[in-house]
Ligand binder design. Structure first.
Ligand code: ATP
Ligand code: MG
Ligand code: MG
Length: 357
């Protein structure tokens, strides 16, 4: 029976491993960050996937990425570089924030002329959780720092109404299945909370599915992909794509009969993919740079995922999935979290309550 090997052993790798258990699929999440001379006992029929877009080159990562069953191999480098990712969106006429490459000839005034007084530079590679971003502000007469030239794109600041994402899966045969759109709140570039499904977002579902289908078909992609979007009125603009299971899909663990991790494994292993049934509306709260609080476990509608990582400021160390069987239960749990959680959580918790007001 083929084994699945995951490039990377963070929380996504761990959750993929967990999802393999009921299907009796052995999933091994591989640490590719710690230098080692180890080589893995890969079999020719094993399957390789990744929990991240990029990884350092080593004998170990090369062994995995050069395996003939490294699924979506060429997609990772194409999406890991924002230049080629945004070029793909333009090529497919999928709406995205207007952008340009920042090179030796880029003039900051031209950027302000084209995109307005606030321009967001993003590192072409390596950015996550809002790291690797630099705002240029005309009011501050700011110029492009030299160490951003040739390494970044520049984007128009989008005055979006809110952020949503779509998590979908494509099989080897080209069949696509999607979860309902998820509403996301980011604070300082990092995902704080998600809510899904929401009836008010369903009019956007078909538009979002058409966009992500076009992308997955073009890439001949197999497995779960996430598409982060800005909603501007009735229009969606793609912010970025992630060729993997995604934080904004974590609610599916508590809210659906088949979560994103199982969908990804099924697609990789050629197992049938039914439309996931939503059992509960869910609210996901990311636990960022805070200690594990045993009181969370007393909430009647909460599922805690604690990643067992060292707690550091700004680091994702877990998430709470709150199912919403009715509004009273949700309100009580959020009220409790408001008293237990630190200041940086007050805005996200208020944002959740506002959605139900
Ligand atoms: P992730 O952890 O999701 O991979 P990232 O570091 O790759 O994040 P982005 O998703 O590109 O970065 O941006 C992070 C957040 O910054 C977005 O979710 C959004 O809130 C804000 N943002 C990004 N691009 C723009 C833009 N063009 N205009 C306004 N806000 C933006
Ligand atoms: Mg990103
Ligand atoms: Mg993002």
């Amino acid at each position: 029976k083929p084994k699945v090997w995951v490039l990377g052993n963070g929380q996504l790798g761990a959750m993929l491993t967990h999802a393999g258990e009921p299907l009796a699929i052995e999933v091994n999440a591989v640490d590719i960050m710690t230098p080692t001379d180890d080589i893995l006992p890969l079999a020719p029929h094993d399957i390789i996937t990744a929990e991240r877009e990029q990884w350092p080159e080593s004998a170990l990562s090369l062994q995995l990425s050069s395996h003939p069953h490294f699924v979506n191999g060429p997609v990772f480098s194409r999406l890991a570089d924002r230049f080629s990712q945004k070029s793909l969106l333009d090529q497919l006429s999928v709406p995205t924030a207007p952008w340009t490459l920042v090179d030796d000839n880029t003039q900051v005034d031209t950027l302000y002329q084209h995109y307005g007084p606030r321009v967001l530079m993003k590192r072409r590679t390596g950015g996550y959780d809002g790291k690797g971003q630099h705002w240029l502000k005309q009011a501050e007469a700011e110029d492009i720092p030299n160490d951003w030239r040739n390494l970044a794109i520049a984007e128009q600041a989008i005055n979006f109404d809110e952020e949503v994402s779509l998590v979908g899966v494509r099989t080897r045969e080209g069949e696509c299945v999607f979860y309902p759109l998820t509403l996301n709140l980011h604070q300082d570039g990092i995902l704080m909370a998600s809510i899904s499904p929401l009836a008010r977002l369903s009019p956007l579902q078909a538009q979002a599915e058409a966009m992500l289908s076009a992308i997955m078909h073009e890439l001949e992609y197999v497995g779960v992909m996430a598409m982060e979007c800005f909603r501007v009125g009735d229009e969606l603009l793609v912010n970025e794509l992630a060729p993997r299971v995604h934080n904004s899909g974590h609610w599916t663990q508590a809210g659906t009969h088949m979560d994103q991790f199982q969908l990804h494994l099924r697609a990789l292993c050629g197992i049938a993919i039914p439309q996931p049934q939503v059992n509960f509306q869910c609210v996901m709260v990311n636990l960022i740079g805070i200690d594990n609080d045993p009181r969370w476990l007393s909430l009647p509608n909460a599922e805690l995922y604690w990643y067992n990582k060292e707690v550091r400021p700004g680091r994702k160390v877990g998430h709470l999935n709150l199912s919403v069987p009715n509004q009273t239960v949700l309100n009580q749990s959020i009220a409790a979290l408001q008293t237990w959680m630190p200041i940086q959580y007050q805005a996200p918790l208020a944002w959740i309550l506002a959605e139900y007001a």
